[in-house]
Design a protein. Structure first.
Length: 177
């Protein structure tokens, strides 16, 4: 029997969490993953303000309680004073995966020179991968297109669920196959 993968989607935004505007970024992540994945998966969506402790608690909840194999955050990765998502991510992770942020910034530089201001990162908590994405829906897709091919294999290495992708949309890289 195939296990349904649980994937956390965490939007970090003062204004969206206060209801000032609709969260388009979280929806963009869900829409993108729906295109990418052919295996069964369930989004676990949450929205929090730009408060380090709230972000940390929600990341812990998504990994430890909801058992998400992957948590993708959006927002709070820039240089603004309230942008604290990378610090919150690092605080809850056992090990960091800097290659994800490096690749996302490199990819984003093809589109905007301000990509160097982004502080996206990724890390591992237990058997889960947490990835920080920027807050703009178009940048979310650009970044996910760049890093997602490595994500299913990373989840495999952590003995998580097998994420099967639609090869017409995105090709997961798994050595030897």
């Amino acid at each position: 029997m195939t296990r349904t993968s649980r994937i956390g989607i965490l939007t970090v935004s003062d204004r969206a969490s206060a209801g000032v505007y609709q969260d388009l970024s979280g929806k963009a992540i869900i829409d993108t993953l729906t295109e990418y994945l052919t295996s069964e998966w369930q989004p676990v969506y949450r929205l929090v303000p730009d408060e380090a402790r709230e972000i940390e608690r929600m990341l812990e909840y998504l990994v430890d309680d909801e058992e998400c194999c992957l948590v993708i955050t959006t927002g709070g990765t820039g240089p603004a004073i309230r942008d604290v998502t990378p610090e919150a991510t690092e605080a809850v992770c056992d090990r960091m995966m800097p290659g994800f942020g490096e690749l996302m910034r490199s990819e984003s530089l093809k589109y905007v020179p301000t990509a160097i201001l982004s502080r996206q990162t990724a890390g591992l908590r237990g058997t889960s991968l947490i990835i920080n994405l920027p807050g703009k829906p178009r940048a979310i897709r650009q970044c996910l297109d760049a890093v997602f091919p490595a994500i299913p294999y990373c989840i495999d290495l952590m003995e998580g669920p097998y994420l099967k992708c639609n090869p017409g949309v995105i090709k997961a890289f798994r050595p030897g196959g």
